[in-house]
Design a protein around this ligand. Structure first.
Ligand code: NAP
Length: 308
């Protein structure tokens, strides 16, 4: 619901900096999650108390105007860093039940590896990319990882480097290989779901995590069924954070809207693969998605648009 124009005179900063851009994105995320859909075109304004309000697009106090598909324009001048933040994160901030979005990320070496053969991946990419991952988590409803990532990294999947909420943590462990002592089944920092083959559900809980059984197609989880179950829980902005096998399964089944690959100027020479898909014989059969590049410290993030 759009509030009537508020009475306080707008604060109208003359320059939109990254910190304010991030606050605007977090506010948008909260509003997009509300049951009432956002209008096609609206504005955001800032009052003298630092509160952000949704206002009609043409309101005199509008600081940032948002229109369909994540397009934005600002009345203030926008620093390059804030502009990149809005471009990169706005689509996820706007994910909702009417406009779900699934984004995957992998950080890899120049030669296409995400970890050593023994599973060490801290850190393929630099600190800027780590902050990016925490931002993606903060704007997602759910962060998804495969069982090997838990077994190798014992991750927390929380938003410690940025201001913002923790997403629901979703672990794909079809064969129930993970025991309940891994950190994210024990720490209550965020709700956690263990997704497994429906024939292996033997209790409601694993540590503090809820167990969610879904059908398997051969050895693979039916990822469409996973989406149905996540959406039934109100989870529409999904971030698939790895590893390579998990991201590749989502990509192969055409379930991703965006694929982000951050390349580090580093050669590993061997290791666990990034994206792997069935072999092609003709280069024309490869994927050449429209993309945008974002420098992240020494690394470069390729934000690939897999759907218009
Ligand atoms: N650089 C990065 O961006 C990054 C990010 C995350 C992790 N990592 C690293 O990557 C390594 C782990 O990656 P990984 O590719 O080996 O494994 P992974 O993707 O973490 O986990 C793969 C496993 O997850 C389960 N799984 C995922 N999708 C499934 C599906 N559709 N159907 C059935 N099961 C599914 C399967 O478990 P089962 O085998 O038990 O059936 C599968 O073998 C670790 O070393 C980690 O440190 C790197």
């Amino acid at each position: 619901m759009i509030a009537p124009p508020h009475q306080d005179p707008p604060a109208s900063p003359s320059v939109l900096e990254p910190e304010l851009a991030w606050s605007l994105l977090l506010t948008l995320r909260t509003r997009a999650k509300a049951s009432e859909p956002l209008p096609d075109r609206f504005g955001l304004s800032l009052d003298n108390q630092g509160q952000i309000h949704l206002v009609p697009a043409n309101d005199h106090s509008t600081l940032l105007e948002i229109s369909g598909g994540g397009r934005w324009s600002a009345r203030a001048s926008v620093t390059p860093a804030a502009s990149e933040q809005l471009d990169l994160y706005l689509p996820l901030a706007l994910a909702s039940h009417t406009q779900p979005l699934t984004v995957a990320h992998l950080g890899q070496s120049l030669d296409g590896y995400i970890a050593t053969l023994t599973g060490a991946s801290r850190y393929v990419n630099g600190p800027e990319n780590l902050t990016h991952l925490h931002r993606m988590r903060a704007l997602s409803d759910a962060v998804v990882v495969g069982s090997h990532t838990v077994a190798c990294d014992n991750p927390q999947l929380t938003t410690r480097r940025v201001v913002g909420p923790n997403p629901v943590r979703v672990i794909l462990d079809p064969r129930r290989r993970l025991d309940a002592r891994w950190a994210l089944f024990q720490d209550p920092a965020a709700p956690t779901l263990l997704v497994c083959d429906e024939t292996r559900v033997d209790s409601a809980k694993w540590g503090h995590a809820d167990i969610l059984g879904v059908p398997c197609v051969g050895q693979r989880l039916d990822l469409q069924a996973v989406f149905v179950r996540l959406r039934a829980r109100g989870l529409f902005g999904i971030f698939v954070e790895g590893g390579g096998l998990t991201v590749s399964a989502f990509l192969e089944e055409k379930l991703l809207d965006r694929l982000q690959i951050t390349v580090a100027p580093f050669i590993m020479g061997s290791g666990r693969r990034s994206v792997t898909l069935p072999p092609i014989h003709d280069l024309a059969d490869g994927l050449r998605p429209p993309h945008r590049r974002y420098p992240m410290g020494e690394d470069v993030l390729f934000d690939c648009h897999l759907r218009p």
